[in-house]
Design a protein around this ligand. Structure first.
Ligand code: DSN
Length: 415
């Protein structure tokens, strides 16, 4: 019955250290956020004790009186929030969710077409080191190297040539609105199932700050922990026509028992996303990203596609004399967290590429606004000139810490 700090002080101290770190730093990794206290409580609940293989009313274990109701709430809220016909909230995370769509729509060796990882796609969109690139015939499209934009003439030509069974739209590092209608038209022309992976932009879609893929896609996959601001997890939403195949692919096709504590956290996050305040939040994320983009461009950084329509910025830092890795490591020492990233047509290797990727979901959750982005852009600029001066970087980290202290962080009790 002992609390964690008594039962296992080592783990307790490490968690406290991470909490402090998350409070003191500008967390600008585009796929991260801060969940609410309520989501944390649901995720850290006794629901972790329960097995419930199967679906509501058809389980392989007894004692589902509360689990069925929790899963039902998550499903109803997902359907309402996104206007979907059907939702499956059991997938463990984004990669297994995408794999379930492969299983529901293809046999090994069939052709999938998705966005290449170095151009902003995801591993599970058919990249060669992933099971999706090894077990399927993966054809990859990219972005135009000059504009950084999707070129639908090229994508259409590729689809007509290879006739994929599954066409995937969606990205992890694409700063512009994705034209889902254009993908739908290509899928129809070649007879492909259209999967939209909206993991990065789900919160923006929920808050009506980005067009929804639901009217266009046969299946939509999403993680729940990025702009949507829920626990680490994922969901699949699809048409009635695909519901049975999707559910069968998730369980028993790929998974056993769902993680019920995560399902409860997802239900709570979806409830939060259904409020008017979440719409304001989603729009503020975009306003902040645009203000930050303007500030960074003003400091001479080369922004891929020239700016952003969503929560993320991808920029080539080599014109400022840095590589992505050295720069992101220097930023981390200065209390600003992002990740190094390839840029379209990157001449450098993925482990030390030309760019960095950053996002505004986390800082917006702390209540930061456009004027704060100007200050943050100035720090990005300053870190270039002091990147190998440990003392100067530590001084900026101190300023960042002081700045962050004025913004409460959801889920974190430090004040
Ligand atoms: N790994 C995630 C990201 O950082 O974008 C995508 O799943």
């Amino acid at each position: 019955m002992r609390p964690l700090h008594e039962a296992d002080p080592k783990v307790f101290e490490l968690i406290k250290g991470e909490e402090r770190r998350e409070f003191d730093n500008l967390r600008m990794i585009a796929s991260e956020n801060y969940v609410s206290r309520a989501v944390l409580e649901a995720t850290g609940s006794v629901l972790t004790n329960k097995y419930s293989e199967g679906y509501i009313g058809r389980r392989y274990y007894e004692g589902q009186q509360f689990i069925d109701a929790i899963e039902g709430l998550a499903i109803e809220r997902a359907k309402k929030l996104f206007g979907a016909d059907h939702a499956n909230v059991q997938t463990y995370s984004g990669s297994p969710a995408n794999l379930a769509v492969y299983m529901a729509t293809m046999k090994p060796g069939d052709t999938v077409m998705g966005m290449a990882l170095p151009d902003g796609g995801h591993l599970t969109h058919g990249w060669r080191v992933s099971a999706t690139g090894q077990w399927f015939n993966a054809v990859q499209y990219g972005v135009d190297p000059e504009s950084g934009l999707l070129d639908f003439n090229v994508i259409r030509e590729l689809a007509l040539k290879h006739r994929p069974k599954l066409l995937i739209a969606g990205a992890t590092a694409y700063p512009r609105i994705i034209d889902f209608a254009a993908f739908r038209a290509i899928a129809d022309e070649v007879g492909a199932t259209l999967l939209v992976d909206m993991a990065h932009i789900a919160g923006l879609v929920a808050g009506k700050a980005h067009p929804s893929p639901i009217p266009y896609a046969d299946v939509v996959s999403t993680t729940t922990h990025k702009t949507l601001r829920g626990p680490r997890g994922a969901m699949l939403m699809c048409t009635e026509a695909m519901a049975k195949d999707i559910d069968k692919a998730v369980f028993p096709g790929l998974q056993g028992g769902p993680h019920n504590h995560t399902t409860a956290g997802i239900a709570v996050a979806l409830g939060e996303a259904l409020t008017p305040a979440f719409q304001d939040y989603a729009h503020q994320i975009v306003k902040n990203a645009q203000a930050l983009a303007k500030g960074l461009a003003g400091h001479g950084f080369r922004l891929i596609s020239g700016g952003t329509d969503n929560h993320l910025i991808l920029m080539d830092v080599t014109p400022r004399g840095m590589t992505g890795k050295a720069y992101s490591q220097a930023l981390d020492k200065a209390g600003i967290e992002c990740n190094y990233n390839t840029v379209p047509n990157d001449p450098r290797k993925p482990f030390d590429p030309s760019g960095i990727r950053l996002g505004t979901a986390g800082v917006t959750s702390r209540g930061m606004k456009e004027s704060d982005m100007v200050k943050i852009a100035d720090w990005f600029n300053q870190v270039v000139s002091i990147h190998d001066d440990e003392a100067a970087l530590a001084k900026v980290a101190g300023e960042v810490r002081e700045f962050c202290a004025a913004f409460p962080a959801p889920g974190i009790s430090i004040k």
